[in-house]
Write a new protein. Structure first.
Lengths: 326, 419, 285
């Protein structure tokens, strides 16, 4: 696909997203907010997994740090921006500290370490009742108005809040696109492909991993801190390791090697779950089969599979170089 | 870059689908059917509750439809698994209301899910009849304080567990109490309410020990051992459903019933628990020391309404109705009464029609308490016994107390939760 | 003092389930390099099969346990040959992901087949009753568990240290290419190790049925505990897994006495600390 069509397609997508509250039902809008949140989380995660080669099973921990911090701020000071920024910052700090410890390892040991850290955050959410409200969580979190430069925008409906999330998601994706295509992104991929080679050309492997870890944590935190204003509630299950699997699955589903993979995966995962549960309670049976098939047969994910189909089409393709970024 | 089109097409389809949802109106209330969205736990060790909620709802709907519906409007149900996860319950509720078009909501087992649903119900402006979740905060905080009028609870809340204090009021030989508690809000609230009542009734008792088992515990033996080390006369236990059966089995293994005088299993009157321990009850292994209550038990009250409900339920499903089935069944009949009085599906009118409602249900007469939208009714407590007339163990030697005595009443003081 | 001793003994018997599940997990990791997320689900399947054969079909308890071990071992072989084998050359993350997919699949499949309703069959008559220890009745079943756990430990030691198969396995674990060059059929070794691990998980599950509830989701709860133990003991270290199981079992038993509030937190904190300070495990030589 050439640049012109790509631009048109992107413009079309943005147009649909902007018009969604007009054409779609309230539930479609609500679902799309969830797609955007998971998309943000997964895009951040893929900087760690796809770009840097580290599989984290603890992203739910940072998501929860963002969500709980934002909820506490909003309960004390009902203004959206401080809540979201505070939540994101708290998650980034947590990721920086835990990342400093985690990036000593790679592969299985890294995955186990992040699992342990994530579960430590989960048990704090569960047990530190004074701060987190225990198993009932924090309830009655207001969807506080957006206050910016003296302007106060109240957000009584999900439709309005949707635009806040949309702007945050677009900003997040654009920034990530820049990061991936910057020298930093190149360095991260060098670390992924060969740690030894990267170290030999003078890259500080551990610092690079820490940067990726912190950015991923901040993205999880941003997604997490956008949650309480939507649902008015934060509860411990969002921090559990099974929740950490969601960005992993989304990324895997969409494809780890393409920039858009995690976004497509988030879309497919949320929509598929929503559609499947309408027909059967056994949706995770289906999801399990999909994961197994993807790992065995389509490790590039949906994006690569679709691009593969496109490549097979009998027409002249531009050189594949640069497709990495999608 | 083909991928860009995939979401585009699907979004367009979804949007189109949701547009074409409107249909022809038929019945007296101006809707094709009255849609009831129902949620319960349908997975994990507590899954029988969701199943019972679904069975109770379906039975009520079949009966009402067979008798001509509500003001000529047929009822339609959609059941969803809340997975005991607040996020899932909230998403389900939003789907049921904004996408499927539910007029009323029912169910949920988890207190966490119930608390999370509260603000969402206000935003969606739909009434949910809660039929199991027991936290006192749902009605005391969200309704009485925060005025979320869309919350109505048909089932007895955690107050019911304080009945233990009244049940053992005259047992002078039971002086040392301990708890094996569910390590979350429900367990703490039960222990707090029980102690509050017991201190009032029996200043001489001591509370000697507590062990807390987190949700989904499979091995209670350390908790049992820890509590038994304090030599209690009585134990009050709050793990429920499959966890209660496991706990009682493991207590038998450690010979607990040789060493204590009474054991009160708060939700032990639940059908799934009674089924699970039937064999042991039959063999007398609890030595007549096991007591329990529930939010409804099928062998009380001895009224025509209840007897006929139990026999219809047993005929339809080949099971005994658990309390989550009765509460959901009754909630749908309460809806019927309120809608017929309001002649409308609008939230405000239906709530107005609930004011002052006294309604005969299988569990007995339920009375609407307007301060916190809680239906008040009495549930007995009793000894777990084997009665050859029933296929499973039942509660016998039933004692009924007036909810005036042991429920909490407005104005509410916050409950001191401590371990 | 007696209270502490009794509490410790209770913890020891709980530790046996942990030992049976983490033994298989750590053996499979040690030889195949695969960290099997679905190992907890195999425990769950063993429990379901044990329950069905013993509690529903009515086979003698011992027969039911052995049969469910055999069935799960066969399933393990199928998983290893059909699903894992194509992934051996790849980044281990993919194996983790594949087995996670299996967790989703198997847990939901169990729900489909056995439904949500749990049942606990009665304890076999010859295992009912109790013995008096430290002045309190101690369940015979728990004593039986400890004996079984010790027996399995001894059996594994003999199997790995004293048999030809054990030497082949150890050689493969140390260097699979060299082992293959020496004429050891490494694919066969992989399959048999995976089968053994699966059978051990099923043994733990089947033994749990008379006293613990069987439900979808018990696998997910067990696997996290098994991860903790195998990490503390050192991934791939069988002796470490044994010691780790005893440590975690006894500690969480004392935890309900001493620090119930943050038991979960401390267990994961220990796991993280071991990974950071001594990633080869506390019990590595």
């Amino acid at each position: 696909m050439n640049h012109a069509t790509r631009r048109w397609a992107l413009a079309g997508l943005v147009l649909v997203l902007v018009l969604l509250p007009v054409v779609g039902s309230r539930y479609v809008v609500y679902l799309t907010v969830h797609i955007l949140l998971l998309g943000l989380n997964a895009v951040g995660f893929n900087l760690l997994f796809g770009q840097t080669g580290l599989l984290s099973f603890g992203q739910a921990g940072f998501y929860a740090v963002g969500a709980y911090t934002c909820a506490r701020i909003l309960l004390a000071w009902p203004s959206l921006l401080p809540g979201v920024l505070g939540g994101t910052a708290a998650a980034a700090v947590a990721a920086l500290v835990l990342g400093y410890l985690s990036v000593r390892h790679t592969r299985i040991y890294f995955a186990m370490l992040t699992l342990a850290f994530g579960m430590m955050i989960f048990s704090l959410a569960w047990k530190w009742r004074a701060v987190t409200g225990g198993d009932d969580g924090l309830v009655g979190v207001p969807r506080a108005p957006l206050e910016l430069l003296g302007l106060v925008v109240p957000l009584p409906t999900v439709e309005r809040y949707y635009y806040v999330v949309l702007v945050a998601a677009v900003l997040g994706v654009v920034v990530m696109h820049r990061v991936v295509h910057s020298p930093l992104g190149l360095a991260l991929r060098a670390v992924r492909d060969s740690e030894v080679r990267a170290a030999h050309v003078g890259l500080d492997v551990r610092s690079l991993r820490l940067v990726a870890f912190t950015v991923a944590g901040a993205y999880a935190g941003l997604a997490g801190s956008l949650l309480p204003p939507l649902e008015n509630t934060v509860t411990p299950p969002i921090a559990h390791w099974t929740a950490s699997a969601e960005p992993v699955l989304a990324t895997l589903l969409g494809g780890i090697r393409s920039f858009a993979g995690p976004l497509v995966g988030a879309f497919v995962l949320v929509v598929a779950k929503d559609v499947i549960v309408r027909f059967t309670v056994h949706w995770s049976l289906v999801l399990g089969v999909v994961v197994v098939v993807l790992v065995l047969g389509f490790r590039g994910g949906l994006v690569a599979a679709l691009e593969g189909l496109a490549l097979r089409a009998p027409r002249v393709q531009p050189a594949a170089a640069g497709e990495e970024g999608g | 870059m083909r991928w860009v089109w995939v979401p585009l097409v699907v979004v367009a389809l979804l949007a189109g689908a949701s547009w074409s949802a409107a249909g022809p109106a038929t019945c007296a209330l101006g809707v094709p059917t009255i849609k009831l969205g129902v949620q319960g736990a349908a997975s994990g060790p507590h899954a029988d509750y969701g199943r019972q909620i679904e069975m109770g709802a379906q039975l009520a709907i079949e009966e009402i439809n067979a008798a001509g519906g509500i003001l000529g409007c047929r009822l339609e149900m959609r059941f969803m698994d809340e997975e005991l996860r607040p996020a899932t319950a909230v998403r389900n509720a939003r789907f049921l209301v904004t996408e499927w078009g539910a007029h009323f909501l029912y169910g949920v087992d988890s207190s966490g899910s119930a608390m999370a649903l509260g603000p969402v119900l206000r935003e969606l402006d739909r009434i949910q009849f809660f039929t199991h979740a027991a936290t006192h905060r749902l009605t005391e905080e969200l309704v009485a304080q925060q005025k979320i009028k869309q919350i109505v609870r048909v089932s007895a809340p955690v107050y019911q567990d304080a009945v233990a204090a009244w049940l053992f009021r005259d047992r002078r030989d039971v002086r040392r109490w301990a708890t094996i508690g569910a390590d979350y809000e429900y367990g703490y609230a039960t222990w707090a309410i029980f102690r509050e009542q017991m201190r009032r009734l029996r200043p001489d008792v001591e509370f000697v020990g507590a062990a807390w088992a987190p949700f989904l515990t499979t091995d209670f033996s350390p908790h049992i051992a820890a509590v038994m080390a304090t030599n209690p006369d009585g134990i009050i236990a709050t793990p429920w459903a499959g966890e209660a059966v496991t706990l009682l089995r493991q207590a038998l293994l450690q010979g607990v019933f040789d060493r204590i005088k009474v054991w009160f299993q708060a939700m032990g009157g639940s059908v799934d628990v009674l089924e699970g321990i039937s064999q042991e009850v039959k063999e007398g292994r609890f030595q007549g020391k096991l007591y329990a209550t529930a939010r409804y038990i099928h062998n009380w009250p001895n009224t025509e309404t209840n007897r006929s409900f139990v026999s219809r339920f047993a005929k339809r499903w080949n099971r005994m109705p658990n309390y989550s089935a009765e509460t959901t069944y009754s909630a749908i009949y309460i809806t019927k009464a309120a809608v017929e009085r309001a002649r409308s599906l609008q939230t405000d009118r239906v709530i107005a029609a609930l004011q002052g409602m006294r309604i005969e249900t299988p569990a007995g007469v339920r009375v609407f308490r307007s301060e916190d939208h809680q239906f008040v009714y009495a549930v007995p407590a009793g000894k777990v016994v084997w009665d050859p007339r029933y296929p499973i163990a039942v509660l016998g030697e039933l004692k009924v107390f007036d909810p005036k005595d042991y429920w909490r009443w407005p104005p509410f003081r916050p409950l001191e939760l401590s371990k | 003092m007696e209270v502490l001793a009794y509490q410790g003994l209770i913890g020891l018997s709980s530790a046996m389930y942990l030992w049976l599940i983490s033994a298989g997990l750590t053996i499979i990791f040690g030889v195949l390099g695969v960290l099997n997320f679905a190992h907890g689900s195999l425990f769950m399947l063993g429990a379901y099969l044990g329950y069905t054969l013993y509690g529903v079909v009515g086979l003698p308890f011992g027969v039911a346990v052995l049969a469910s071990m055999a069935a799960v071992a066969l399933l393990g072989a199928a998983v290893e040959r059909g699903l894992l084998r194509p992934l051996y050359g790849l980044d281990p993350s993919y194996q983790l992901l594949l087995t996670f997919g299996l967790v989703l699949f198997l847990d939901d499949l169990a729900k489909l087949v056995w439904g949500g309703v749990f049942r606990i069959p009665p304890i076999p008559p010859w295992l009912q009753g109790s013995v008096v220890l430290f002045g309190r009745p101690y369940p015979l079943y728990n004593a039986f568990l400890m004996a079984t756990g010790a027996l399995v430990g001894g059996g594994l030691w003999v199997l790995f240290d004293r048999t030809w198969w054990g030497r082949a396995v150890r050689a493969t674990a140390a260097d699979r290419d060299m082992a293959a060059a020496l004429g050891i059929r490494t694919p066969g070794v992989f399959s048999s190790v995976f089968m053994l691990g699966s059978a051990l998980a099923a043994l733990g599950g089947a033994l749990s049925t008379p006293v613990r509830p069987v439900a979808p989701g018990i696998g997910a709860a067990m696997i996290v505990q098994a991860f903790i133990i195998t990490v503390i003991g050192g991934l791939g270290n069988l002796r470490g897994a044994f010691a780790g199981s005893l440590l975690v079992g006894v500690l969480s038993s004392y935890g309900t006495l001493w620090f119930p509030e943050f038991e979960l937190f401390f267990v994961f904190a220990i796991m993280a600390a071991v990974l950071l300070v001594r990633p080869q495990g506390l019990f590595a030589r």
